[in-house]
Ligand binder design. Structure first.
Ligand SMILES: C[S@@+](CC[C@H](N)C(=O)[O-])C[C@H]1O[C@@H](n2cnc3c(N)ncnc32)[C@H](O)[C@@H]1O
Length: 232
């Protein structure tokens, strides 16, 4: 009998923000699949979940590089799905860990698609997690959006950022680490205030209200920017 495949959101960093449901699954699942972008890097998702793993749980490290090369990515997702399927076929259930929530910019979605291509009959359960930007807003006790205001979530910064800053009262800018100089310039050109949060919920957490103080600094990949209502 095939094992069951779980996609587990482990939250943004604080192990206390892992849901009871995710903890319940981790308690019994014999194989935990962990995406790793570089062989020498520790997995943040695994660190968050570590205290909930069942004794003797097998850690299946999947090499999922951070690249925009579509051929390399397709091959990595396929290889990851095949390794997961080997475990499922042997009767073991597998939990794939993902930072924050699995439905938001997560490799889980791509690996799941490949897995369904290999074995459409596999039973799948996705357990939501607290997404990073909800945790960042909670960290400073500020709203993401109020009343009937829209909220724009951007996975990356592009040439339309200025346009969006004019149109939207509330924005979440994710994956900002490579574009800080450009973001700072656009914020000041459009008179917008922003809040920078890095590694929210972890011991390395940083909250910065004055973006210009980050000029020239190397910014952690696990960082985002919340932009509040215009003029505030
Ligand atoms: C590939 S996306 C994953 C998003 C994740 N699935 C979620 O629900 O938040 C990675 C981006 O999420 C944001 N992020 C994830 N964890 C974070 C944290 N603890 N603090 C601040 N930003 C975080 C950063 O913008 C990072 O570049």
């Amino acid at each position: 009998m095939l094992g069951k495949f779980y996609g587990l959101g482990v939250g943004p960093g604080d192990p206390k923000l892992l849901t009871l449901k995710a903890a319940e699954v981790l308690k019994f699942v014999p194989v935990v699949a962990v995406p790793k972008s570089r062989a020498d890097r520790d997995s943040v998702a695994l660190d968050i979940a570590r205290n909930h793993l069942s004794p003797g749980a097998e850690i299946l490290e999947l090499n999922l590089p951070m690249t925009s090369d579509p051929v390399v990515l397709e091959m990595a997702w396929q290889a990851g799905a095949e390794r997961i399927f080997d475990k499922l076929q042997a009767g073991s259930s597998v939990a794939f860990l993902t930072i924050g929530d699995p439905s938001l910019y997560s490799t889980y979605q791509y690996v799941l698609e490949k897995l369904k291509g290999i074995a459409p009959e596999v039973e799948v359960e996705t357990v939501p997690g607290i997404t990073s930007f909800a945790a960042c807003a909670a960290r400073v006790s500020e709203p993401l959006a109020s009343g009937d205001e829209p909220l724009l979530v951007l996975p990356a910064v592009d040439e339309k950022l200025g346009e969006y800053l004019e149109q939207f009262p509330n924005l979440v800018l994710m994956k900002v680490s490579r574009d800080m100089e450009r973001i700072m310039a656009e914020m000041s050109a459009h008179g917008r205030q922003a809040l920078f949060v890095s590694r929210c919920g972890s011991p390395q957490e940083a909250v910065v209200r004055d973006l210009s103080s980050l000029a020239g600094e190397k910014v952690d990949y696990l960082s985002l920017i919340l932009v509040g209502p215009k003029g505030e």
